[in-house]
Structures are given as C-alpha cells and as structure tokens.
Design a protein. Structure first.
Length: 100
C-alpha cells in the first residue's frame, strides 16, 4: 500500500491504476496476531541482501520491500525504511494467507 501511495504521489493516477491491476489482492494485515520475523539461514544470505525471508532491498526506492506469493502471483505487502518492520509484516501476511 505504501508503494502504491508513493506511485500516485510522484507519478499520478495512471500509474497507480496499473499498480492496482498488477496486485489485485489487497494485503490487509489488521486483526492478525503478532508474528516474529522469519530469519533466513546464514547460508542463503548474500552480501547486501536481507537476512529475513520475504524481504528485499530496492535500490530504486531506497527501501526494504516485503512481498508474498499467493496462488502463484506475487503481491507487494509494502515498502519500509526498516528491514525488521518489513520482515514482521511479511510474517503477518504469511500467517494470514500462507504460501498458496
């Protein structure tokens, strides 16, 4: 949702419409019990990558992005200044939607 708001702010309504079509599922994390972040195993962490599952850094945005795959489609949960916050929101989404 934060990503979509930023698109609207900086690029206008047309781009926001395209973003909403791309991610048709609204990731609503209200009423989801608190979940701990899911750390990656040390073997899977590359230099500059997130140490948490479901989180990556986007240089273009200069933010951490949390994404989840649901029914074979990838959905953006949001973009964050803080890696841990992105990881916790990914864990919330995983709890609610699971890997489908």
């Amino acid at each position: 949702m934060d990503y979509d708001r930023a698109l609207f702010k900086y690029k206008g309504q047309g781009v926001l419409g395209k973003a909403m079509k791309r991610s048709s599922l609204e990731i609503d994390l209200s009423n989801v019990p608190r979940q701990p972040a899911i750390p990656k195993s040390a073997v899977r962490i590359k230099d500059g990558a997130s140490k948490y599952t479901g989180v990556s850094f986007r240089n273009k945005l200069n933010k951490w992005v949390a994404q989840i795959t649901i029914d074979g489609k990838q959905h953006c949960i949001g973009s964050y200044e803080n890696e841990e916050e992105a990881a916790v929101n990914y864990a919330h989404a995983l709890f609610k939607y699971g890997e489908r």
